[in-house]
Design a protein around this ligand. Sequence first.
Ligand code: ADP
Length: 467
Amino acid sequence: MPAIRSLRLRLTLWYVLLLAIIIAAFSAGIYLTLRHNLYDGLDDSIRNRANVLLDIVRYEDGSPTLAGVVSSNDPNEGESFVRVFDASGRVTFDNSAAEGGAPIDQRSLERALAGETASRTVRLDDETFRVRTLTIQRDGQISGVLEVAESREDVSDTLRTLLLILAVAYPLTLAVASFGGFFLAGRALSPIDSLTRLARRISAEDLSQRLNLRLPDDEVGRLAQTFDEMIARLDEAFRRQREFTADASHELRTPLTAIKGQVEVALGKPRAVAPYREVLQVVNEEVDRMIRLVGSLLTLARADAGQIPIASEAINLPELVAAAVEQVHPAMDQRDVELHLEPGPAVTLRADEDLLLQLLLNLLDNAGKYTPSRGRVTVGWAVVDGQVELWVRDNGVGIAPEHLPHVFDRFYRVDKARSRAAGGAGLGLSICRWIAKAHGGSISVESALGEGTAFTVKLPVAARAAA
Ligand code: ADP
């Protein structure tokens, strides 16, 4: 059988199949119980009638009979009959003539004469009778046999009618349930079809579309909502990607334009050696800037792709900070910025030494860049709640509150001209944030315009490489 490709049809079929089985079992249960009860009731009625008749049996020449007590014609017009035998098995009363004279069942008669009561079912003409054969006793002696019969036709009629009702109602119910089920399944699944159509329409270029289905908060509603949220995230990711590419190209074009300008001016006319040297110096600076920029871009691209292996080495934090301080000292001195180290406790971290050093150097470099001469930069650490808190503070220009949430974004620079003049492209802090996160830590900033800035890096003491 080919697989049914419509969930709606499959759901309906399963539902109808299940319903068919349940109704069939239910109907069979009703029919069999009723049948059993009705036949039991008939047997009870025969038994009661037999008891009544036993009480009114009279004797003629020592033989029991009902002649003169019960009508010898069937009073219920073919629905019952009574027969009496004497102790020798001879019929002394019989009103079964309406049934064409019921045949005598010798075996039941003999069993009754032996003192046994028996019931049997016989067919006469077109009718079925339930017959009870029992002993008549007189003074403790078996004096004859009483046979009482009642037609089963009433019971059969009732059962036949019930069967007819069930036979009509069964397919009718299933038909209604099929239509209903198909309709309901269609209603429940129609948003999924919309989802499929939309998903087909959406491409990477156009992620602005949303389902916007106003559905109740059920399974399908949540699916549609999740789908919308996923598209929104993809949209945002693609937007960032496009921006990143545009920003990167722009950043690369600036030094290239500067180089081109310098070279063209230099080539404009023959010059002495000194101007050429000057031009080459500028070109050299711009190339350095490009190398740094491309290096940062490469770091971020590889970080995004999870391609940077992060070592997990035991690092002596005081030594690492001292090394960083030593590296930036000359630059700070040059800018006339005082660099101050506030040593914390001896701590050993598990981290990637190169990356952690890069993070620290970035923060110290920024602090130096954005702190005017005679300013002060402090670096130190502490252990708080099982975490190492590493800070770099300065009393420099500070960051305005509206810029603060964005400083870790790629290419974000508060003051473009100033940052560029200082050699920055706005990537340093995003790399810092990646390094902190890759070690299972975080980085945060506090700043007040004109008062200074403090960056705090939190790292788990047993920092493991998380990426
Ligand atoms: P950049 O290479 O431009 O320094 P970063 O990502 O390192 O880029 O920093 C982003 C921006 O955050 C900088 O342009 C600067 O405006 C601001 N910033 C970073 N550190 C400091 C600081 N210590 N004081 C003031 N502003 C800072």
